[in-house]
Design a protein around this ligand. Structure first.
Ligand code: NAG
Ligand code: NAG
Ligand code: NAG
Length: 936
């Protein structure tokens, strides 16, 4: 034993340095005894961004710099877990552990931590630990990640058992080796394909670890040692070293079987299950079968687990006749995931540090304790990160999530468009880059970038849409390895860029109603009605109201801010122009025009000959000033005007008004005039009078000939009344009826053109007749006046009475009077009783127009009587008729029989007021019939 140590020391001295170390800070170092393995754990928080090393301290108090090779040779291993924690494992039989009677073991290490990779200016800490490990099994085998270790009790058993009967060949060969060997020297014989014998010193220099302890001899080998043979046992590849170590001292030869075998490549994977198989009977280690299993136990992280925990974590441990199978679900408790990048793809592996302890008994070694420490890493599983686009276009903000990642990934930089930013820089720019952690430990990164950001590409994709494209390259890092990888993302959002304001409207008979709906840019414009800004007093005037998205106004058709487009006799077309102008640039954003026709009386023609005319300023004559408008007679000016309207009142016999006859109309005409150089303006105004009909109104102005001119109509009233006597001063009123008149009593009729103030109008009675019913066309008929002459064919002659002016009669030409004796119709010489109606056909004539043939044939003024002409028939259309009210001719109370033209009859007027009718047909027919009747 002492020699062994001397060899070891000699070999390692060159690498050792004296330790000047302090006690590690609290929480940095944890130690744990895990059976025959001593564990030292360094907490990551003390190692972040630093370099470190762990070196064992030898007996002389010097630290020994461990290379991987030396670590395997001496029974040490070092690994760093996912979090960056460092795990240092040492076999209790490791080179520099101090062994006290194979019962307690003391290990001292120097821990160096430096910010530099060359370990300069490092802090040194010393950590010691002591573990008990006792009792030992006769043989113990430890399969660590980087070495295989076997130790065998070397006490000489009492004589009695024949333990050398197996494999006699090996032993006999060793005997030869041993015979040739120096005395008092330990030697090793490897039984590979070629037998090799070497001294311990040679073996150690070949990378083996060999030592003796107070009770044991130990051999340690790396998996790639020269004498390792690969065997397949129960389909599991196993690394095997078969060796015998012996000690010869003159008369004594001691041989120890130091064979060792550890399974390799023994794990298979599915996506969610790890299966680890270890041969139950490792034949190179077992001389005689069957073996007896004393204990099979699995563990994690160097700790054996009881069956309950195994079940709870859903592990499985199955001991078959040939294989011990351990199954661990991927992701199970006790392990962890790790991020990787392979072929630029992000993915994960799962890592778990499993162990298996199998204790069996066979004849040769009594008891073998076989321990396998087996760190398992699942194959790389690609998990490309997912880009989630949570952008809500209304927010005008890209909202992108990248994930998910394991906690060992960190976002380093974000390249947005062409700009590369760290996460703090991105946040400073307002991109709001954030990490989100999920309960299962994974995480994702969200990023928000405004559409309008300069790093966002944008282009119009249609007149009203714009497409924004955000190109991101995420630069991520896997810690602690510091592996950078990138992930690109492109998100696109198409938005309706500008929803312009919209205007709608409608009209009723007096107003425009306008609704303005704001666009998505809000109210960034100023409304104008016509050319006036909608503000101030106009708001109330136009009944303005609004809410968050609309405003409404109601504008009268004749307000100052609207435009008259076309004027008709009975309506006016008015247009409202609404303009929305940008609040800053005053550029027109939206225009809206609404034209409507509003029923309007532009001219009124009164029966007394007064004309009223409204002249308005139309769009086509912008220079027109209503206050300067006149009629033909420039002295006739508007009685009222404002900036857009002028109102005229004048009599038909004033202001240059002319009169003409056209078919059955009497037409008064004048003009509204405005004349400035280069722009003359003229409204024609006309009143068309038709007896008992509508006035005709026309508006016309020269400069705007496309406008439609429509005639209108008005009333002239003609009445027929009965006078009490020939003085024509008192007339029967409606309340005087019924009247009683005897046969042959004179009836005094008067026909008047009512209201007219035109002295030049002549009222002419063309024909008058009586009928038996209200229908003036009914039969029989009795002529009273024929072709404006007294009817003389009858015994009772009709008699005209002249009319002269007095207080009641202003214009005698507007009147006609005649007298008829009360009569009755007779049939078969019998007078008929019943109503008698008197009707007259009335014609308006121009008192000055001598050429008017109709008007010239009056009996009243015989000088004008020229004779019939073609015009007569045309003029007939202008004729109107007046009738007396229905007049009932009833016999006196006692008279029962009618005696034609001899009896006395009562005349009862049933209706009071003369009605005016306007039928021209039937005249010819009645004349015929009348003649037939009268010729009898
Ligand atoms: C075994 O591997 C280590 C590195 O892990 C190397 O240094 C050593 O030389 C190898 N030994 C043999 C015998 O190949
Ligand atoms: C971004 O999207 C996520 C997921 O929909 C949401 O929870 C978050 O509120 C959004 N952020 C913003 C600023 O809209
Ligand atoms: C004619 O009648 C109208 C309406 O009744 C009245 O305003 C006007 O003064 C009258 N004109 C004359 C001259 O009587």
């Amino acid at each position: 034993m002492a020699r062994c140590l001397r060899f070891g020391i000699t070999l390692l001295l060159a690498l050792a340095t004296t330790v000047w170390a302090q006690v590690p800070p609290k929480g940095f170092v944890t130690t744990e005894c895990q059976g025959s393995v001593m564990m030292i754990l360094l907490d990551r928080s003390f190692l972040v961004g630093k370099y470190f090393r762990i070196d064992p301290i030898n007996k002389q108090g010097q630290s020994v710099s461990l290379s991987p090779k030396l670590a395997a040779q001496c029974g040490y291993s070092l690994s760093v877990d996912f979090w960056g924690n460092a795990k240092f494992l040492a076999s209790v039989l490791s080179c520099f552990a101090q062994n006290t009677n194979d019962e307690t073991y003391k290990l001292a290490v120097r821990i160096g931590v430096s910010p530099n990779s060359d370990m300069s200016s490092s802090s040194s800490y010393m950590q010691t630990m002591t573990c008990p490990y006792f009792p030992w099994a006769t043989r113990e085998i430890l399969c660590e990640r980087n070495y295989m270790e076997v130790s065998v009790r070397r006490g000489v058993p009492p004589i009695g058992s024949s333990f050398v009967q197996d494999q006699p060949e090996d032993w006999s060969n060793i005997k030869i080796e041993a015979a040739a060997a120096d005395s008092a020297v330990w030697q090793v014989v490897f039984h590979g394909s070629e037998k090799k014998s070497m001294t311990v010193a040679q073996a150690i220099s070949n990378g083996y670890g060999i030592s003796t302890t107070p009770t044991r001899i130990m051999l340690r080998a790396a998996y790639n040692a020269t004498e390792v043979q690969l065997q397949e046992i129960q389909t599991v590849p196993v690394a095997v070293i078969r060796s015998t170590t012996f000690y010869k001292k003159r008369w004594m030869l001691m041989m120890v079987d130091t064979a060792v075998a550890c399974p390799i490549y023994d794990t298979s994977f599915t996506e969610d299950m790890i299966t680890w198989k270890v041969p139950r009977v490792l034949t190179p280690l077992v001389s005689a079968t069957p073996i007896k299993d004393l204990n099979v136990q699995m563990g994690i992280d160097g700790q054996k687990l009881n069956p309950e925990t195994v079940e709870e974590r859903e592990y499985k441990l199955d001991v078959g006749p040939n294989l011990i199978t351990v199954q661990i679900p991927v992701g199970a408790d006790g392990g962890y995931y790790k991020s990787h990048v392979l072929n630029k793809t992000y993915g994960t592996t799962f890592f778990i540090e499993a162990m298996l302890e199998h204790t069996w008994q066979d004849e040769v070694y009594d008891e073998t304790k076989y321990t396998v420490l087996h760190p398992i890493t699942t194959p790389f599983l690609p998990r490309p990160p997912h880009v989630t686009n949570d952008t809500v276009t209304e927010d005008q903000l890209f909202n992108v999530t990248l994930g998910t990642f394991l906690p060992d990934v960190e976002l380093v930089e974000i390249k947005v468009g062409q700009e590369t930013l760290t996460v703090p820089e991105a946040n400073l720019k307002g991109y709001n880059a954030q990490e989100h952690s999920f309960p299962n430990g994974s995480k994702a990164y969200t990023l928000q970038v405004p559409f309008e950001d300069p790093n966002v590409q944008s282009e119009p994709t249609s007149p009203v849409t714009r497409t924004f494209t955000l190109t991101i390259t995420y630069v991520l890092n896997i810690v602690p390895e510091d592996i950078h990888f990138t992930h690109p993302a492109e998100v696109i959002a198409t938005v309706k860029t500008i929803i312009p304001p919209t205007v709608t409207g409608y009209c009723d008979i007096a107003q425009f109603y306008i609704q303005v709906t704001y666009g998505n840019l809000g109210r960034n414009w100023i409304p104008f009605v016509g050319s006036t800004e909608l503000a101030g007093g106009l708001l109330a005037q136009y009944n303005y109201s609004d809410n968050a998205t609309n405003f409404w106004i109601a504008v009268p058709y004749n307000s100052l801010d609207v435009t008259y487009e076309v004027i008709h006799s009975s309506d006016i077309r008015s247009r409202l122009d609404l303009t929305l102008k940008d609040i800053e640039t005053m550029v027109v954003v939206t225009t809206f025009s609404l034209s409507c026709s509003f029923p309007t009386k532009m001219i009124e023609c009164f029966s007394n000959g007064t004309m009223a005319a409204l002249a308005v300023k139309v769009e086509s004559v912008p220079s027109l000033l209503p206050n300067l408008l006149t009629l033909r007679d420039p002295r006739c000016r508007p009685v009222y005007f404002d900036a857009f309207n002028a109102v005229f009142y004048f009599s038909v016999n004033s202001c240059g008004t002319t009169r003409r006859f056209d078919n059955n109309f009497m037409i008064y005409e004048n003009e509204v005039l405005f004349s400035i150089p280069g722009n003359s303006y003229q409204f024609a105004i006309a009143c068309h009078f038709q007896i008992n009909d509508t006035k005709v109104v026309q508006f016309m102005y020269q400069d705007n000939i496309q406008h439609v001119i429509q005639p209108g109509f008005g009333d002239l009233e003609v009445v027929m009344r009965l006078s009490l006597d020939s003085s024509y001063s008192i007339f029967y009123e409606s309340q005087d009826y019924p009247l009683v008149k005897y046969l042959r009593t004179p009836l005094y009729f008067e026909v008047e053109l009512m209201y007219s103030q035109d002295p030049q109008v002549d009222l002419v009675l063309e024909n008058c007749w009586a009928t038996y019913s209200a229908d003036r066309n009914s039969l029989p008929q009795w002529d009273v006046i024929v072709e404006s002459c007294e009817y003389t064919a009858d015994t009772y002659k009709t008699l005209f009475h002249p009319v002269s002016s007095n207080g009641r009669v202003k214009f005698p030409s507007h009147f006609k009077r005649f007298e008829v004796k009360m009569f009755s119709f007779a049939e078969d010489q019998d007078a008929l009783k019943g109503e008698i109606y008197f009707h007259c056909g009335v014609v308006m004539c121009d008192a000055n127009q001598i050429s008017d043939s109709l008007c010239n044939k009056q009996c009243v003024s015989a000088k004008r009587r020229i004779g019939r002409s073609a015009e007569w028939r045309d003029a007939e259309k202008a004729k109107t008729f007046v009738s007396s009210g229905p007049v009932d001719l009833v016999r006196s109370v006692n008279a029962r029989r009618v005696r034609h033209r001899n009896s006395y009859w009562s005349l009862v007027a049933v209706g009071g007021v003369c009605s005016v009718v306007l039928f021209v047909s039937g005249i010819v027919a009645f004349k015929k019939m009348q003649k037939d009747l009268c010729s009898k």
